[in-house]
Design a protein around this ligand. Structure first.
Ligand SMILES: [Zn+2]
Length: 463
């Protein structure tokens, strides 16, 4: 490849929402933007086990947009496969990453143990995708960069993080590629947050860019008009009436903090009585402490007057497995918040089996549910789910708290793109199921007249 050529490869989150990996190359230098794990459907999850279409050893550096697993969860595997360059990220992301990746390594090990114990693996013995050692090595590569400060990611690849308002630490990445000769600017949206959302600032106005890679999780949908706080009040009142347990599966990073924050607000305003709130996640505990650390910088929008989300005698945090098990005897009305957010694994599965098999209980979904996950199946109306091989019949109610989504909807994505001064040469629409990506691409062309393209998995384009 001549040194002047700049190319971009889409090695994940192409016509699907998970596995984000975009490789920007110029000559011998390359920057991988995000290094996410594939989640959801089995055919996607299996992709984590096949080598990526690029050589991990040849990647110069990685830039992370945020700490959700579908954006950072493959990183230890990349390191295990020989990557040894810098991992660049914002300060809050650097604080959250150890919590998230150590938890992921533990889950990998638990899964491998489970498969070995029950003889379910075709490989004997089943191996974890990565280990805690790989995570330690990964963390040793971290390089923290402040928002708004340009940094050299690789030779002739200069990048800047700008807040995109999705979760604490989340960023879009603006890359200037090339020095003499060919020059291109490429903007990677990361996950675009909401406007006027609790705990997160509005997405930053995007800087002028030759090319834009935009997510499209909700490329063809709009969120309901109901505000998250009103939705939450309505759902809490359901269990106040039935005396059941309200179970909210939540990402430990972001969603759990928003829920606690809004529950406190509802209490303070006298809109709901004080009821027992249980957060069953050591990870949510640790991440909330990181949120509090950034409270003053304005990056985590919390109201100190309400005491922050951790204060309150009725809020109990459960760290150990024994504490978690004791929750099985809980009687409502009460709220239980546990991860994982898509019911793909974790402690929430035990609570689902325990509480949702009872009438009067409520399962409130508060975030995007990828295809193939239990959360998605339940939202689509299914009333039985398989948990560790056992078929469970759901007798409680399932409610979609759509307003809690951390992703901008179609209108919000258009509003964000509308901040670009001048037309980009092309907008690549990624991180969405095919219909969502196609619809957003068409809308951009229709309303703005810009050229768009929905790349396929492992497609490579020259810029
Ligand atoms: Zn995300």
């Amino acid at each position: 490849m001549p040194t002047e050529t700049i190319s971009l490869g889409f090695h994940g989150a192409a016509r699907t929402v998970t596995g984000s990996k975009y490789l920007l190359r110029r000559g011998g230098a390359s920057l991988l933007v995000d290094c996410g794990m594939f989640q959801g459907l089995k055919e996607l999850r299996l992709r984590n086990w096949t080598a990526p279409a690029f050589d991990p050893k040849a990647v110069t550096a990685v830039a992370l947009t945020h700490t959700h697993i579908d954006h950072c969860g493959y990183l230890p595997r990349l390191v295990r496969s020989g990557f040894a360059g810098q991992v660049l990220c914002t300060p809050p992301t650097a604080d959250l990453l150890p919590i998230v990746l150590k938890d992921a390594a533990k889950l990998q090990q638990e899964d491998a143990d489970f498969f070995n114990k029950h003889g379910l693996s075709k490989h004997k013995p089943a191996e974890p995708l990565f280990t805690e050692d790989d995570v330690e090595r990964t963390l040793g590569l971290l390089q923290v960069v402040e928002y708004g400060r340009p940094f050299k990611a690789a030779e002739a690849l200069e990048a800047t993080f700008l807040d995109v308002g999705h979760i604490l630490g989340s960023a879009m990445v603006h890359v200037r590629a090339g020095s003499d000769g060919v020059q291109r600017t490429v903007l990677f949206s990361g996950d675009v947050g909401r406007y006027d959302a609790p705990l997160t600032p509005d997405p930053t106005v995007p800087p002028p860019s030759d090319y834009v890679v935009v997510e499209s999780t909700y490329g063809n949908r709009t969120h309901g008009a109901e505000r998250p706080i009103d939705e939450l009040e309505r759902v809490v009142k359901m269990v106040l009436k039935t005396g059941g347990v309200l179970l909210v599966p939540a990402f430990a990073v972001g969603r759990s903090q928003q829920l606690l924050y809004l529950l406190r607000q509802l209490e303070s305003a006298g809109r709901i009585p004080r009821l027992p709130i249980h957060v069953d996640s050591p990870m949510a505990f640790a991440t909330t402490e990181v949120y509090l650390k950034y409270l003053e910088s304005g990056q985590a929008r919390m109201d100190p007057l309400t005491g922050g989300p951790m204060v309150g005698e009725n809020i109990r945090l459960h760290k150990s497995v024994e504490e978690s098990r004791r929750l099985a005897d809980l009687r409502g009305p009460a709220v239980v918040i546990a991860s994982s957010g898509m019911l793909a694994g974790g402690r929430v599965l035990h609570h689902l089996k325990n509480f949702l098999t009872r009438e009067g209980s409520v399962l409130a979904i508060a975030g995007y549910q990828a295809m193939g996950t239990r959360g998605r199946l339940l939202l689509d109306g299914k009333r039985t789910v398989k948990i560790y091989g056992e078929e469970i019949v759901i007798r409680g109610s399932v409610v979609d708290m759509d307003g809690f989504s951390g992703h901008g909807d179609s209108n919000e994505l258009m509003r964000w793109l509308g901040g670009l001064s001048g037309a980009p040469r092309k907008v690549f629409v990624t991180h969405g199921e095919p219909d969502q990506s196609a619809a957003l691409g068409e809308r951009i062309t229709r309303e703005k007249g810009w050229a768009t393209h929905v790349p396929e998995m492992d497609e490579q384009v020259e810029l």
